[in-house]
Ligand binder design. Structure first.
Ligand code: MOS
Length: 737
């Protein structure tokens, strides 16, 4: 048997196309007679638009149309939300202004430059009011939303947390805050739209969920779903903002219909801060009570977050607190405050990234109260099962993650007291935390086709948002078929291919992967059966279980010289190709288990006391996330999550001007992201884990867990270094001086 291709750290199969420029992104698709659109953004946060003065642009050469609420086509589905995970859009249907930079008009022109210039020159007349954009000033109006979205109920309670916390020998009660943050994928949102007649449209988008875009556009424009084709073959990063369609997509579709030409619309970087969602600000109170031995007796985690006036999105930051530690008395609540801001959305590990900052900071505070090592505190409260769901874990190797990461990091060298470790002028601190993220799976379909030359084409709608989907799907198919990975071509990113779920929630490997595996196994079975019934095959008359497939060769297990091959079989076959298409539902066994990935980041920081500057100097993090499908792409996914954790802890913050409601940090000079100089050596350890229940490929998903826990580990290390507990992110120098 040759080694399985599954798990090998092979290079990305799309790497060459990307570095040579052959990979075409949504804003690069060549279309004949293309027109260009630009969004006119509202300078005001609230109010009413009375008119748009177009006199300044009317004589601009190349201007085709200006659309506003006065003359934009009415869309039958404009107020519809097709599911709770997509947003209510602003599509020039009325004169209301709900947030700063909201689209209030659309310019269509022959050139991009003309469209942009006209968009700047238009003067909207607005009757505006003073906006309310500060969470703190509206917090008394917090309300309970109906659900925490896909994350279950808004509130949870087990046991009697009030009495337990009251009676606890040691108690910590603190409030933690995380700021508003914006997604900044390298590839900004862009779309190229071409109508075929007035009933069929093709949309080249940069999307994490092409089937969601198709559904939304069909509903908005009142045309059948099958008349909308969405293509998204390459995506330059997603992180949640590309998980659902935003206003600009529908506006481009509208513009293309109005001018009767293909239309391209790309957002400027500044528009990325208002038009495609964001991570909402959170205020989180955490109360932990324990006995003197460090056994948790009660936990309370109360979140308050922000949403828009007109739509609802909840950052479910307290959800992981329901299951992360063993504790009989736990209560969690989620509340929302409405503000004059756009609607927030999913942003890498929505909930767990901000939530673990609060919970894992508070655990660290409790460890000092107890004079107990922070790692030891977590081990004393290790959850052997999911106590909220009352289910066993499908698998959990967190203990091994703690052990491996602590030992590689050298955790035992940590001094017990704060401010006791130094390197030159800098204070040195060690911190750790627990990382966690759910292992999701959704139903998906896939197709596998054996071609005349013995190569295999595998197709699934899906998306590769930079995570390595093209590569791991080819590996899964090659492994299941018993052929070299070079003989597999995998296609994705087109709604004419079999339907798969959104590439969000770290579920693509599990969902689309299981579908690809099943289609490939079924294709192999079909081919083997064909060989057995073919009198001219050396395998004729054998049983299916007597045959194995290795490197494309079908051979008898007992007598290897008796063989056939995919290519020889196809050469003899009458059919030009053999095809299988299958729908793979969520694995039924999952219902009996609680399915999560776990990990443990350990961090060293150095703090310059005079400047208040924090440098993360070392990160060692171990993760157990089921089967690792490609060691190289997995490592870079986790590393990317950790880098974002560094940005979350030290740099990222969206600032709104309270007077105008506008985002003032609207470019990458003012909105700080980690650069290479901010990122140290990152040692990612993948802990081997077999999970037969979680899904057919056994992979738990690794796109999001990397960002969880890291912020707390950094804040905990800063406390260990300096004795300063920073409970409000980011940890900027002013908070340490
Ligand atoms: Mo992720 S926030 O589900 O793209």
């Amino acid at each position: 048997m040759s080694d399985s291709i599954l798990g090998k750290g092979i290079d990305r199969v799309d790497a060459r196309a990307k570095v040579t420029g052959a990979a075409q992104y949504a804003a690069e698709i060549a279309v004949a007679n293309l027109a260009h659109a630009a969004i006119v953004s509202s300078p005001a946060s609230t109010g009413q638009l009375s008119a748009i003065d177009t006199r300044a642009v009317e004589r601009l050469p190349g201007l085709l149309r200006v659309l506003s609420f006065q003359d934009a086509p009415r869309l039958p589905g404009a107020k519809l939300q097709s599911n709770p995970n997509d947003r209510i859009l602003q599509l020039l249907q009325d004169d209301l202004i709900l947030y700063a930079d909201q689209p209030i008009a659309l310019v269509v022109a022959d050139s991009h430059e003309c469209a942009e210039e006209a968009a700047q020159l238009l003067s909207p007349r607005i009757v505006s009011h003073t906006p309310s954009v500060e969470l703190a000033s509206e917090i008394s109006r917090a309300y309970a939303p109906k659900t925490a979205g896909p994350h279950g109920p808004t509130d949870s309670r087990r046991g009697d947390p009030d009495s337990a916390l009251q009676g606890a020998a040691v108690r910590v009660d603190q409030t933690y805050e995380t700021p508003t943050q914006n997604h900044n994928p390298m590839e900004m949102h862009a779309v190229t739209v071409v109508w075929q007649g007035s009933e069929h449209v093709t949309i080249y988008d940069t999307s994490q969920g092409i089937f969601g875009v198709r559904k939304k556009i069909a509903a908005l424009f009142g045309i059948p779903v099958d008349n909308v084709r969405v293509i998204s073959r390459y995506v330059g990063g997603g992180f949640g903002c590309k998980g659902s369609p935003w206003s600009h997509v529908a506006l481009a579709v509208m513009a293309a219909r109005v001018v009767g030409r293909g239309v391209r619309l790309g957002l400027r970087r500044s528009q990325m801060f208002s038009l495609v969602g964001f991570r909402p600000r959170t205020v989180q109170r955490v109360v932990l009570g324990a006995d003197r031995a460090g056994k948790l007796l009660g936990i309370r985690h109360e979140l308050t977050s922000e949403t828009s006036r007109f739509d609802e999105f909840l950052e479910p930051s307290a959800v992981q607190t329901r299951m992360l530690y063993a504790c009989p008395n736990v209560a969690t609540t989620h509340r929302l405050v409405r503000l004059d801001i756009p609607t927030p959305t999913f942003m890498r590990a929505p909930g767990e990234s901000s939530g673990t900052f609060a919970l894992e900071s508070c655990m660290d505070e409790l460890s000092y109260e107890l004079k107990l090592d922070p790692l030891e505190l977590r081990l004393r409260n290790y959850a052997e099962r999911d106590e909220q769901e009352d289910k066993p874990w499908s698998s959990k190797s967190l203990r091994e993650c703690y052990r491996v990461a602590a030992s590689r990091f050298g955790w035992e060298k940590r001094s017990k007291t704060v401010r006791s470790m130094r390197a030159g002028n800098a204070l040195v601190g060690f911190g750790m935390a627990t990382a966690t993220y759910p292992a999701r799976q959704s139903a998906a379909s896939a197709r596998a086709r054996l071609r005349k030359d013995g190569s295999v084409l595998v197709q699934a709608g899906s998306q590769d948002i930079g995570t390595g989907t093209y590569t791991i799907m080819a590996q899964i198919a090659a492994d299941a078929l018993g052929i070299p990975v070079e003989r597999v071509t995998f296609e994705l990113g087109d709604t004419t291919l079999p339907e798969t779920p959104v590439s969000g929630g770290s579920q693509t490997a599990a969902s689309t992967g299981s579908a690809v595996r099943r289609a490939a196994l079924e294709l192999r079975h079909k081919v083997v059966t064909l060989a057995l019934s073919d009198p001219t095959s050396a395998l004729h008359g054998m049983r299916v279980d007597e045959v194995e497939v290795v490197d494309g060769v079908l051979q008898s297990r007992a007598r290897r010289d008796k063989k056939d091959s995919y290519s020889e079989l196809m050469a003899r076959a009458k059919e030009p190709e053999i095809e299988v298409e299958l729908h793979t539902p969520e694995k039924p066994e999952r219902a009996r288990y609680s399915c999560h990935s776990f990990g443990a980041p350990f961090v060293e920081v150095r703090v310059d006391e005079e400047l208040g500057e924090v440098r993360v100097t070392r990160v060692v993090a171990a993760y157990a996330a089921g089967k690792i499908l490609n060691a190289k792409t997995a490592r870079s996914q986790l590393m990317g999550g950790i880098v974002w954790g560094i940005g979350f802890a030290l740099l990222e913050r969206t600032v709104r001007d309270p007077r105008s409601g506008r985002v003032v940090t609207r470019d990458l000079a003012d909105y700080h992201l980690p650069v290479n100089a901010d990122v140290p050596e990152i040692d990612v350890v993948l802990v081997d884990e077999q999970d037969p229940y979680v899904n057919d490929v056994g992979a738990k998903g690794i796109g999001e867990i990397g960002i969880t826990g890291v912020t707390a580990a950094i804040a905990n290390a800063v406390y260990h270094a300096t004795g300063r507990r920073v409970r409000s992110l980011p940890i900027t120098p002013d908070k340490l001086l």
